[in-house]
Design a protein around this ligand. Structure first.
Ligand SMILES: Cc1cc2nc3c(=O)[nH]c(=O)nc-3n(C[C@H](O)[C@H](O)[C@H](O)COP(=O)(O)OP(=O)(O)OC[C@H]3O[C@@H](n4cnc5c(N)ncnc54)[C@H](O)[C@@H]3O)c2cc1C
Length: 392
């Protein structure tokens, strides 16, 4: 490990390794500091992605794919099952252990240095200016200098806070998640199933994402608003004992998802925040892999440019903010409002909408028909949707 780098990336998830890859490709001297022993482990993810999302950045590799997905089934609170075949889309359930690892190899191939078992414990300041990070590397305290520090440290991010940026999330906008990877279950292949309703996952949804024969990630996320009354684990355990009493649990994990607006100011002098740390998760689906990769890519490109022009001021780094604004901030705000409108629906509303959609033959279930049918069942949705699109 060198005493200084142009760019220090804190965190070796998809946001961090993509930042490093693009920064190194564009000429910067970069390192990634990851606190755990292994890149990509432990996995805190349902591992679902879309083909188009991932292939914006990297070619899909066979060994990243645990399952190809070509349809989804939505289950209403009263049990109506709606099968929606994918028209042009392809989805995957990834092996994130391999996927994340390979992203770090791509970053390394581009010239970045990757280090594991390095816990970043704070920022280094000189006359109030950020000049590096304090770390513990294999039990030894060290200081590493960097012209730009990138906070890619995920949902529990501290880098932004250390830099004085506002990164707090309202309780209701923080999903509390629990997931088991289980075997010995009868699961529909190539299909993802989602259950909605207050008995399954209030303010969120429960998912079954298959990963090969008789194996799946089964998890759920509930809004922080509800988790203090009953934990995500309790909801999941109830579901498992009801639906899959004979399942063997190979991995259990819990985690949080900030389904919030992106943080307003993800840059300051010498600092940028990316991925979950910047709340770049799709607030409707909870999907954060692709947005993390996107914000990492944009931060990497702008970071390298800032090094080239020897200007790491907040003003220069705002180019990154402009790039994410142009790419996804507006869409993210719309999705947030859609999430809010959906969260106003009662179980009865959802049941009614599901029954209506169920009356449309599966092969004729276009998004437009589903949407119109939902409107007819719940006319107030028209007002909500108009509000979303007009911003009123
Ligand atoms: C239960 C659950 C299910 C999910 N399912 C999906 C899904 O199906 N599809 C999807 O697209 N998204 C899903 N997500 C979201 C997705 O996992 C994240 O959005 C994505 O991993 C974000 O990438 P990231 O690089 O920003 O953060 P992370 O992947 O969390 O990486 C952050 C890294 O920073 C490291 N780190 C943290 N602090 C420090 C420190 N001080 N020093 C050094 N290293 C540090 C961490 O160890 C970690 O490796 C899910 C999330 C949860 C919790």
């Amino acid at each position: 490990m060198k005493p200084s780098y142009d760019i220090i990336v804190v965190g070796g998830g998809p946001a961090g390794t993509m930042t490093a890859k693009y920064a190194a490709e564009n000429g910067a001297d970069v390192c990634v500091l990851e606190k755990t022993r292994d890149i990509g482990y432990p996995v805190r993810c349902g591992e679902a992605v879309g083909h188009d999302g991932i292939t914006q950045f990297v070619e899909m590799q066979k060994n990243w794919i645990a399952e190809k997905i070509n349809s989804c089934t939505l289950v209403s609170p009263e049990g109506t099952k709606l099968d929606v075949p994918f028209a042009n889309e392809t989805g995957y359930i990834l092996n994130r252990r391999i996927f994340d690892y390979d992203l770090s190899r791509l970053a390394s191939k581009a010239g970045a240095q990757i280090f594991t078992k390095v816990k970043v414990q704070g920022l280094l300041f000189e006359n109030d200016k950020i000049i590096g990070v304090k770390v513990n590397h294999l039990g030894e305290d060290k200081e590493i200098k960097g012209k730009i520090i990138v906070g890619a440290d995920g949902v529990d991010s501290r880098v932004g806070r250390w830099a004085g940026l506002k990164t707090t999330v309202k309780i209701r906008d923080m999903e509390s998640c629990m997931q088991y990877s289980v075997s010995n279950i009868d699961v529909k292949r190539n299909n993802m199933t989602m259950f909605v309703g207050k008995n399954y996952a209030p303010g969120g949804y429960l998912w079954i994402f298959p990963k090969g024969d008789n194996f799946a990630n089964i998890g759920l996320g509930i809004s922080g608003k509800y988790s203090k009354h009953k934990s995500a684990k309790k909801y999941l355990d109830e579901f498992m004992s009801r639906e899959f009493p004979d399942a063997s649990i190979h991995t259990s994990m819990c985690g949080g998802c900030p389904i919030a607006y992106p943080i307003k100011k993800p840059v300051a002098d010498n600092i940028m925040i990316v991925g979950d740390a910047a709340h770049h998760i799709n607030p409707v689906t909870g999907g954060g892999i692709t947005p993390a990769m996107k914000s990492g890519m944009l931060a990497g490109i702008v970071g390298a440019e800032a090094i080239k022009y020897n200007d790491q001021s907040e003003k220069f780094l705002e180019k990154y903010v402009k790039a994410i604004d142009k790419d996804f901030t507006k869409r993210h705000h719309t999705l947030y409002k859609i999430k809010e409108a959906i969260s106003q629906l009662s179980d009865e509303d959802i049941n009614g909408i599901a029954r209506n959609i169920d009356s449309i033959p599966t092969e004729k279930r276009t998004l437009r028909k589903v949407f119109m049918s939902s409107m007819l069942k719940k006319p107030s949705l028209i007002i909500d949707v108009m509000r979303i699109f007009t911003g009123l």
